[in-house]
Write a protein that binds this ligand. Structure first.
Ligand code: MLT
Length: 287
């Protein structure tokens, strides 16, 4: 029995804000939490869902401030509300609790969502059954990158999210992606609230990195990266693989930074193979 069609959106008040999320798959399926990147939303996973194993209960939140989820309350108009990657992780922990998933789940994080996934592991390791890190990195920002993020946040607050949307639309995709796909995602990025985009830029700048988390990860782990990823390149994925005892690496041909969107079938195949080997619904420990 299908729990929800993809379009069945739901909402829940978590840590004082209303979070939207979507679900796909059977209610008693293998719980897989899919965390989108910056400045995107849960729609990131839409194209690959049809190919993901049928025994998966996919839980796809819009992170606080993104998609249809409420932002942290604005303290001062035109100023980014305080936000951290840890706040995102705490929100997701509570979301899972409210959804009745108090057993370990498979966590899949794309780019900034990978930072959230690694922070989730740092805080709630016993709740991670397996981890897939997609087009992401574990290193902290260099000082120059931090300064750039702060400057971009100021520009976004002054001129809107198009500042980031236009710049990122060029970098997100591999060289052969059709213009319509870039435009579709440029529009989605431009529609995100400037205060949330700025807040997430500050949050990423302040995250401090996850190199210390990698050697503590003993759960089955998969690293997926697009061969043309220009934002978190293959070398970043290789570094994570070297530092996580259990990690396997899959480089997806003909993809850039948006692997689940650019190569949904290849992405789903890699995830399915990983789940088959390490975490099927039949082996999930359920209450
Ligand atoms: C993302 O795609 O989530 C971001 O580009 C990651 C980053 O800027 O570090």
């Amino acid at each position: 029995m299908r729990l929800q069609s993809y379009d069945g959106r739901m909402r829940m008040t978590i840590n004082g804000v209303q979070l939207h999320y979507r679900e796909h798959g059977p209610a008693d399926g293998l719980p897989v939490l899919l965390i989108h990147g910056f400045p995107l939303c849960g729609d990131l996973w839409r194209d690959c869902l049809a190919s993901v194993r049928e025994d998966v209960r996919a839980i796809m939140p819009d992170l606080r401030g993104f998609g249809s989820s409420q932002a942290s309350p604005v303290v001062e108009p035109g100023v980014a509300p305080p936000l951290s990657i840890a706040q995102f992780a705490d929100d997701l922990f509570l979301l899972l609790e409210h959804l009745g998933e108090s057993q370990p789940v498979v966590v899949v994080g794309h780019s900034m969502g990978g930072y959230v996934a690694l922070e989730f592991h740092r805080r709630f390791a016993s709740r991670v059954r397996a981890m897939a890190l997609v087009d992401t990195r574990a290193q902290p920002d260099a000082p120059q990158k931090i300064a750039e993020r702060h400057a971009t946040a100021a520009r976004v607050l002054a001129a809107g999210s198009e500042v980031v949307a236009n710049a990122m639309a060029e970098k997100l995709f591999g060289p052969d992606e059709p213009r319509e796909l870039r435009e579709r995602w440029r529009v989605i990025m431009a529609a995100q609230a400037p205060e949330s985009v700025a807040a997430a830029l500050y949050a990423m700048a302040g995250r401090g990195g996850y190199l210390d988390v990698l050697p503590t990860m003993f759960c089955p782990s998969l690293i997926i990266v697009g061969e043309h990823d220009a934002i978190t390149p293959v070398a970043d994925a290789e570094l994570m693989q070297r530092s996580i005892l259990t990690a396997k690496l899959r480089v997806i041909p003909a993809a850039g930074h948006m692997t689940p969107v650019e190569q949904p079938q290849a992405f789903a195949d890699a995830l399915n193979e990983f789940l088959e080997a390490h975490a099927t619904a039949a082996t999930a420990h359920r209450p």
